[in-house]
Design a protein around this ligand. Structure first.
Ligand SMILES: [Zn+2]
Ligand SMILES: [Zn+2]
Length: 348
């Protein structure tokens, strides 16, 4: 099959690689749409050195979906021709974390598309339990967003957002908007997004998010105090990551007793726990990936959200590239993320 192989940091090569063989309990998926994730960009650029040995010579892409092309012995939940989304998390299923449903915390956690061959090849394999059949009216483009939407669902679950909550999200990328959408779905009365991206602000408003703040020209803290009777929002999310750290800004803006949800990866940044952190009794809550909530996979909850129209899928994908053009796609994603692009995707 043809696939994009990561041959060195910053270098993807599209070439023929050996066909994938499946075993008992596994399925082969013919990839249709594969999103480029912020973490793919971190891996690609070499800024996560621990991950490099696992991904060199391999095929990335953990936001994947497609059509079942073959099923291994013992597979009963899907058949050849079914349209599916693929949950990329691979956990051991035996440890305590797995058994209580927190399989994203499994010490043996791996991902399809990070070490295992993923969405940036013609085919990928997955354990049958990782594939979720798509209702006919859910498009592949929307299904390729499920990994990101599930992250938003998990972030809302772990920070306890409920009807009446007030929420600020820093970041107008896919994860920021997905988290804000999930907060609306959870019943939050006011959800604001703050981003420098005009495109991100416009798209956020079109999905039903209440307020979009231009973080380059507006005083975000003052706007949030106006929206919350002077108190500040219950939860502030950092969904930016990278070179800037909005946890510190969150500590300044969130209400007394509030929470700061951390979604962004910022390898170089430090947070200073200034006195307001203590005397306002704030909590910093890591929101990593997703797993089960109340016994239900958050990936399934996200799919239900798409299928029922609670999540708007259309509009996230702003650029589409064929597999052969993946180097260009990564370039666009790296340089335009948060400005002229929201989600850049490979369409097979
Ligand atoms: Zn991702
Ligand atoms: Zn485990």
């Amino acid at each position: 099959m043809r696939a994009a192989v990561l041959v060195a940091p910053g270098r993807l090569e599209v070439r023929e690689v050996p066909d994938i063989e499946i075993g008992p309990g596994e399925v082969l998926v013919k990839n249709t749409v594969s999103g480029i994730c912020g973490s793919d960009l971190h891996i690609y650029s070499g800024s996560l050195p621990d991950v490099m040995p696992r991904v060199l010579g391999k095929v990335l892409g953990h936001e994947l979906c497609g059509e079942i092309a073959a099923v291994g012995p013992g597979v009963t939940n899907v058949k050849v021709g079914d349209r599916v989304a693929v949950e990329p998390l691979l956990a051991c299923d035996r440890c305590v974390d797995c058994q209580v449903g927190d399989y994203h915390l499994c010490p043996e956690l791996q991902h399809i598309g990070i070490g295992w061959s993923g969405g940036f090849g013609q085919y990928a394999k997955a354990p049958a339990k990782n594939v979720f059949p798509l209702p006919d009216h859910v498009s592949y483009e929307d299904a390729s967003l499920l990994d990101c939407l599930a992250v938003g669902i998990h972030a809302v679950n772990v920070t306890g957002i409920h009807p009446g909550s007030t929420v600020l999200v820093f970041g107008g990328g896919t994860i920021g908007i997905a988290t804000a959408q999930a907060a609306k779905w959870a019943g939050a009365s006011t959800v604001a997004i703050a981003t420098r991206s005009k495109l991100g602000r416009e798209f956020a408003l079109s999905t039903g998010i209440d307020v979009a703040i231009d973080s380059t020209t507006e005083d975000v803290g003052a706007r949030m105090r106006d929206l919350t009777n002077g108190r500040g929002p219950d939860v502030v999310f950092d969904a930016v990551g990278g070179a800037q750290n909005y946890v510190q800004r969150g500590i300044e803006i969130v209400r007394r007793g509030g929470k700061i949800g951390v979604l962004g990866v910022f390898p170089e940044q430090r947070v200073t726990l200034t006195p307001p952190y203590l005397i306002n009794e704030l909590s910093i809550v890591a929101c990593f990936s997703y797993a089960k909530w109340g016994g239900v996979p958050e990936f399934q909850i996200a799919l239900d959200g798409l299928a029922s129209g609670k999540f708007a899928g259309r509009g996230y994908i702003t650029q589409r590239f064929p597999l052969d053009d993946i180097a260009h796609a990564f370039e666009v994603a790296e340089h335009k993320h948060g400005q002229d692009a929201i989600k850049v995707s490979i369409v097979h």
